[in-house]
Design a protein around this ligand. Structure first.
Ligand SMILES: CC(=O)N[C@H](C=O)[C@@H](O)[C@H](O)[C@H](O)COP(=O)(O)O
Length: 226
């Protein structure tokens, strides 16, 4: 399948992010591969996954496209920060590599444009630029990204962290950019997912609310405790 065909299949569809964090009970690539299978059975059109071994196992477990990333640390530029990280993610089996798409300095000293150009020159993968603001999104399009995601909205100093998805940013980006804008970040209900589509999202990425049982449990536990 060509990249444009793959993208076309994701239009108006749900992507499920299957991630567990270091030290957690489900932080095992086998668990995430099972999670990915369950998500695909429920209608996920693609899987987003973190970590090379997770990506490898998920590649074998499902046939839908995979958006892969490597998290390095949890502050500053931490989503697939370097070109080498991105190449490793593609090598592990991702059709799309999600990278930090902000205007911040990258640890390997390359610009976003150089990073994307090298990924395109050396692989067939598409690049999803995870951005935190409108200006990031514009810059990411100019730098050659294939997809822009609102993933980092509320995780950089440029935008307040909204309770639910940052629909305002989504709407601004979708109204302005010429490439698919994926809604991602704090989409916790099917209604919010729908609102994201109505705000112009090409696809909707949901993680925590589907694949992070500890957080979901804490929502219910807090509600029960009152
Ligand atoms: C900011 C950051 O590190 N985002 C990460 C990116 O891959 C993940 O931790 C999120 O779970 C993912 O973006 C999906 O979002 P949510 O789990 O809110 O549905």
């Amino acid at each position: 399948m060509t990249n444009p065909e793959m993208l076309k299949n994701l239009r108006g569809r749900l992507v499920v992010s299957c991630q567990a964090y270091p030290g957690e009970p489900l932080r095992d690539p086998r668990a995430m591969a099972l999670m990915a299978q369950a998500a695909v059975e429920g209608g996920a059109a693609a899987i987003r996954a973190q970590g090379l071994e997770d990506i490898r196992l998920i590649r074998r477990a499902v046939t839908v496209p995979q958006i892969g990333l490597l998290k390095v640390g949890s502050s500053g530029v931490f989503i697939t920060p370097t070109l080498q990280d991105a190449l490793d993610v593609v090598e592990a089996g991702s059709e799309v590599v999600a990278i930090d798409g902000t205007r911040r300095e990258r640890p390997d000293g390359l610009t976003l444009e150089q990073t994307i150009a090298e990924i395109h020159a050396r692989t067939n993968a598409m690049v999803m630029a995870d951005v935190g603001s409108f200006d990031d999104g514009i810059a990411a399009q100019e730098a050659g990204a294939d997809i822009v995601g609102t993933t980092l909205a509320g995780y950089t100093p440029e935008r307040q962290k909204t309770d639910g998805p940052d629909l305002e940013l989504l709407e601004q980006l979708a109204g302005r950019l010429d490439l698919p804008v994926f809604a991602e970040g704090r989409i916790h209900t099917p209604e919010q997912a729908r609102l994201a589509i109505e705000a112009g999202a090409y696809s909707v990425v949901v993680g925590t609310a589907i694949t992070h049982p500890t957080t979901i449990t804490s929502w219910f536990a807090a509600a029960v405790a009152g």
